[in-house]
Design a protein around this ligand. Structure first.
Ligand code: HMN
Length: 288
């Protein structure tokens, strides 16, 4: 069965500090109500790249405690500070995480040897599995099939979170690496990714749209493409509205309407305006 992972949000207070109670509520909602298979902790959706090391560790710890084995966990430990990535990989491994992930290093134009050294260095000190986090539209780093093959020579690297709209590359990857895990990273393109045989999906909108995403997966499993299209189309009405109103703020407001203390985003992300809040509530009433 294909796996559905929520990319975990972080609840922050008005000053941008972690709201532990709220974070625990988001985790519980994903386990109890959304019934997802797992959580992707410390990704873009968690506003991870705005955080210091201590805050990242706190989130990993809270997620591990609160899930208490109920669902799978993947800890995104990647960082442009390779020392930090190594430290976080060891930290989550000691907590008991079985799988880590790391975003490709970004901002500077690293060559492939540097990218490869980054993954092998993170993995040298731990026995966990690794899922590469490939998200070229934010990092500017695009890897070729041959480069993935070279990274996969490290047997701890079990797969990739593929957040790209390049379906030719996705098909080439699926064909070349039948035994590697490929997780789709764009929720609005879940159906085409499923049609190319991904093993599951990791996404932000599953915080509020997990049941429909699951229905899409089940329809594809049954080869009922009409139903799968219908589900994806309904999901995309929601995702389109969420993206137009501001991704993370809107998901947080929708969760608040569900009674979850999802809190605020952390600066430099903006607080939502009155209009944004009203629109998010309308999206909740009409599209969730
Ligand atoms: C993460 O790192 O938190 C997520 O896995 C990222 C995930 O791929 C999301 N991408 C971003 O937010 C950049 C998607 O779920 C995305 O939010 C969604 O498809 C809407 O575009």
């Amino acid at each position: 069965m294909k796996k559905l992972y929520t990319a975990l949000l972080t609840s922050f207070d008005k000053e941008g500090y972690i709201n532990e109670k709220g974070l625990r509520e988001i985790i519980r909602f994903n386990i109890d109500v959304n019934q997802v298979d797992g959580l992707y902790v410390g990704g873009s959706t968690g506003e991870n790249f705005l955080l210091d090391t201590a805050s990242k560790k706190l989130i990993f710890k809270i997620a591990f405690e609160e899930t208490n084995g109920a669902v799978d966990l993947i800890a995104q430990v990647g960082s442009n500070d390779l020392h930090e990535a190594v430290e976080l990989a060891k930290y989550v491994t000691d907590l008991g995480y079985k799988t880590i992930s790391a975003v490709t290093p970004y901002y500077y134009k690293f060559d492939f040897e540097e990218v490869k050294n980054y993954y092998n260095t993170i993995l040298a000190g731990v026995e966990t599995d690794m899922i590469i986090y490939s998200i070229p539209f934010l990092t500017g780093v695009s890897l070729s099939v041959d480069q993935f093959a070279e990274l996969f020579e490290n047997e701890k690297i079990k797969g990739v979170k593929f957040t790209a709209a390049d379906f030719y590359l996705l098909e080439r990857m699926r064909t070349r690496f039948p035994d590697k895990l490929i997780y789709a990273g764009f929720d609005e393109m879940l159906l085409p990714a499923l049609s190319l045989g991904v093993d599951g999906a990791i996404g932000s909108t599953f915080n509020v749209n997990a049941k429909r995403a699951r229905a899409t997966m089940e329809a594809v499993e049954k080869r009922d493409l009409d139903q799968a299209f219908l589900e994806q189309s309904k999901s995309n009405d929601l995702i389109e509205a969420i993206l137009a109103n501001g991704l993370y703020n809107t998901i947080k407001i929708i969760l608040q309407e569900e009674g979850v203390d999802a809190g605020y985003c952390k600066e430099p992300m903006k607080k939502p305006s009155v209009e944004q809040i009203e629109r998010a509530k309308e999206i909740y009433r009409t599209l969730v």
